[in-house]
Write a protein that binds this ligand. Structure first.
Ligand code: GLY
Length: 330
């Protein structure tokens, strides 16, 4: 595992992620969701989803479990120092400290997460150990770090010079007003990678990992590590994950809602749309914030919906790994 981590870090630092199979289609023009229903499938948020999907499919094809696949898929993105919203290179909070949230769920309904974790390159791997090796679901802050240390994780400074520079620039005005779709700015990706997978047997898993909102208050925890908010998997029904302004997702328990709607007969696209409509109805902040959901049904059907235009996702199914623009409320 350690060697693999080192490789991923080096590959990311050397810009080799663009060589990962499947990367080439990252910027294809928007087309509608094809509503394929086949297994296996990977679906994940934003442009970085293409590389993550490819990594997950590689793990699955070489005999890994669906949980191995989702963990390794998002680890690739956590290790990329150019990614300003996940893992190393993530933009810090307003004290200049990078704090990480991550969660993982498997087909057995088990779940693990960490929040407000510092100095650990792969929070999703710590979350997986919380799921598999502890009687708990969430470990936070110092406790999560202690558990990570005791589990053999090494500490590392996650604040890259580029992220430090962004923070120093932000400090001059210190205005907190998260921008919609800041992934559209060059070399930046918005938020969270949330990734869902279904294997050939129909078993589902998901993982979600983020450095959260740039320049958040120190101690702020978003939706990503909260099971049911940023991520939910029910192996009988389907899975969902969220990206965007975590506060809006937390107040509606968005991913759980999507899965419950699917249980009650909505297809993944309709379920994601309904969860967005719930935010529109309940939260006046919705007009100036972004939230996107993706979902994966037990039959391999996928869907997505967002508040604002500009949310995109990667889908790897039937041998094709490609980007789609989500439909949106506004
Ligand atoms: N959706 C990630 C966050 O709000 O932290």
């Amino acid at each position: 595992m350690l060697n693999r981590r080192k490789f991923l870090e080096k590959a990311a630092a050397a810009g080799m992620l663009s060589l990962v199979p499947g990367m080439l289609k990252a910027n294809t023009e928007a087309i509608q969701n094809p509503l394929k229903k086949s297994l296996p499938a990977f679906i994940s948020t934003w442009n970085h989803g293409i590389a993550a999907n490819a990594e997950g499919m590689k793990v699955l094809s070489s005999g890994g479990s669906v949980v191995d696949a989702v963990e390794n898929a998002v680890m690739l993105i956590e290790a990329d120092p150019e990614n300003a919203s996940v893992g190393i290179g993530g933009w810090p909070d307003r004290e200049g400290i990078v704090t990480l949230d991550a969660s993982i769920m498997g087909p057995d309904g088990n779940a693990g997460s960490v929040c407000f974790l510092q100095n650990i390159l792969h929070p999703v791997s710590v979350a997986r150990l919380v799921m598999e090796k502890t009687p708990h679901v969430i470990l936070a802050g110092e406790g999560a770090l202690l558990f990570a240390r005791q589990s053999g994780f090494k500490e590392k400074n996650l604040l890259t010079p580029k992220a430090k520079e962004a923070w120093e620039k932000w400090l001059k005005e210190s205005k907190y007003d998260p921008v919609i779709n800041w992934e559209n700015e060059p070399n930046k990706y918005h938020d969270t990678i949330g990734l869902l997978a279904i294997d050939q047997k129909g078993d589902l898993a998901g993982a979600c990992t983020t450095s959260g909102l740039a320049f958040k208050m120190h101690g702020r925890v978003g939706d990503s590590p909260i099971i049911g908010a940023g991520l939910f998997v029910d192996n009988e029904v389907g899975a969902a994950t969220a990206t965007g302004m975590g506060e809006l997702v937390l107040k509606t328990l968005g991913s759980f809602l999507v899965v419950e709607l699917m249980r009650n007969g909505r297809n993944p696209m309709e379920a994601c749309k309904e969860a967005v409509l719930r935010i529109v109805k309940k939260d006046p902040e919705n007009v100036k914030r972004q939230v996107g959901f993706i979902a994966l049904g037990k039959n391999g059907e996928t869907g997505a919906f967002s508040l604002q235009p500009g949310f995109n996702y990667a889908l790897y199914q039937e041998g094709i790994n490609e980007m789609f623009d989500s439909k949106s409320y506004y």
